[in-house]
Design a protein around this ligand. Structure first.
Ligand SMILES: *[C@@H]1O[C@H](CO)[C@@H](O)[C@H](O)[C@H]1NC(C)=O
Ligand SMILES: *[C@@H]1O[C@H](CO)[C@@H](O)[C@H](O)[C@H]1NC(C)=O
Ligand SMILES: *[C@@H]1O[C@H](CO)[C@@H](O)[C@H](O)[C@H]1NC(C)=O
Ligand SMILES: *[C@@H]1O[C@H](CO)[C@@H](O)[C@H](O)[C@H]1NC(C)=O
Ligand SMILES: *[C@@H]1O[C@H](CO)[C@@H](O)[C@H](O)[C@H]1NC(C)=O
Length: 149
């Protein structure tokens, strides 16, 4: 027979784990299509909500493609001049640490073939203070924007 305080501790860990799992999502660019030419990544980005602390990950053939973080000009003009960062591992996990718009493009002119994606990263919703709030946050993960009174 499990004591009620043991149950309570287990319950608290469960809530904590739920909250952590909710706040650190890894967004795989293009889902099962990965980072490749000829894909409209605007569709993909529109179907995800990004929060500070999430990751964006790019999966691709490292002998063919790459990833550059650029600014808005670089994104629109497909130029890597003045790039903020670059990745070439073929399986890159990039932390989204700031609430801002990020721009990523493919190198070697692949940006012109559609390898470009921009994501808007939001501030985290206020931390959950009760089981009810935690459940709400988790349930609305992929739904409409959260509105807190
Ligand atoms: C990609 O999809 C977005 C949103 O559905 C659309 O506005 C845009 O024109 C598309 N871009 C291309 C190059 O097809
Ligand atoms: C949007 O994302 C959900 C869950 O990740 C997925 O089931 C759905 O197929 C996606 N829709 C589109 C149009 O990509
Ligand atoms: C980006 O392209 C626009 C026109 O498409 C041009 O006016 C602008 O100078 C370009 N910016 C850079 C930094 O090359
Ligand atoms: C982007 O970076 C380039 C090169 O550093 C710079 O010329 C350009 O003004 C920047 N554009 C924006 C919108 O910050
Ligand atoms: C990639 O980033 C490194 C530093 O992180 C830099 O030294 C290098 O010049 C960059 N490469 C390109 C092609 O921008």
């Amino acid at each position: 027979m499990v004591s009620s305080s043991a149950q309570l501790i287990f319950f608290c860990f469960f809530i904590l784990f739920s909250a952590v799992a909710t706040t650190a999502t890894d967004h795989i660019v293009g889902a099962n299509k990965g980072w490749n030419p000829g894909i409209n990544y605007t569709h993909w980005a529109n179907n995800h909500t990004f929060y500070v602390g999430d990751f964006i990950s790019f999966r691709y053939q490292k002998t063919q493609y790459s990833v550059f973080e650029v600014n808005q000009t670089g994104y629109e003009n497909c130029t890597t001049d003045g790039a903020v960062g670059n990745w070439t591992s073929g399986k890159d996990f990039i932390p989204l640490n700031k609430a801002k718009r990020y721009y990523f493009i493919g190198g070697n002119g692949q940006c012109f073939n559609g390898m470009k994606v921009t994501v808007l990263v939001h501030h985290l919703p206020p931390p959950p203070t009760s089981a009810t709030v935690a459940a709400n946050v988790k349930a609305s993960d992929s739904a409409a924007p959260l509105v807190f009174p």
